[in-house]
Design a protein around this ligand. Structure first.
Ligand code: CMP
Length: 151
């Protein structure tokens, strides 16, 4: 994808941040430690240039992302309607995977941004094993959807 500076497996020094980040986000807090380790081993660290569209509204979703450094803007109707600004520890791209719908919004990097990326098939496998996590994610997706409708 254009805008990618590099993509590589997660390094061990990033594991503790990532474990804490995943828990902070509430995203994977329902996972047992060994499941968390599995998620970490499946993720890629991707570095994007400023101004890169990571998710495009209306496109199918193929991955979800957790921000390690940098910020992204969530917008609707191309870039005309701002919805949210997300920063390190926040995640995005989960709604299309969870709800089986096209991307609900466009997500664009503001400056150079590093994200941990989890491919859709890995996401589905992990989420499918944890009803608690599915429920937590569904609640968040509904809240984000309601906020999208208001913006
Ligand atoms: P998805 O629909 O896969 O792709 C666009 C992403 O933007 C979406 O997942 C969410 O992760 C994110 N998003 C949508 N609406 C909001 C919102 N109201 N607040 C924060 N992030 C959002």
């Amino acid at each position: 994808m254009s805008g990618v500076i590099d993509a590589r497996p997660v390094e061990s020094k990033e594991h503790s941040w990532l474990a804490a980040g995943l828990c902070k986000s509430g995203f994977f807090s329902a996972l047992a430690r060994e499941q968390l380790d599995e998620v970490l081993s499946l993720m890629l660290m991707v570095r994007y240039e400023a101004g890169t569209v990571i998710c495009a509204e209306g496109e199918p979703g193929d991955a979800m992302y957790l921000i390690y450094s940098g910020t992204v803007l969530v917008t609707k109707e191309a870039w005309t309607k701002p919805v949210a600004r997300l920063q390190d520890g926040d995640f995005f791209g989960e709604m299309a995977l969870l709800l089986g719908e096209p991307r609900s919004a466009t997500v664009t990097t503001e400056g150079e941004t590093e994200v941990f990326c989890l491919a859709s098939e890995d996401f589905q496998r992990i989420v499918g094993r944890s009803p608690d996590m599915t429920e937590a994610l569904r609640r968040l997706a509904e809240a984000r959807r309601a906020e999208l409708a208001r913006s």
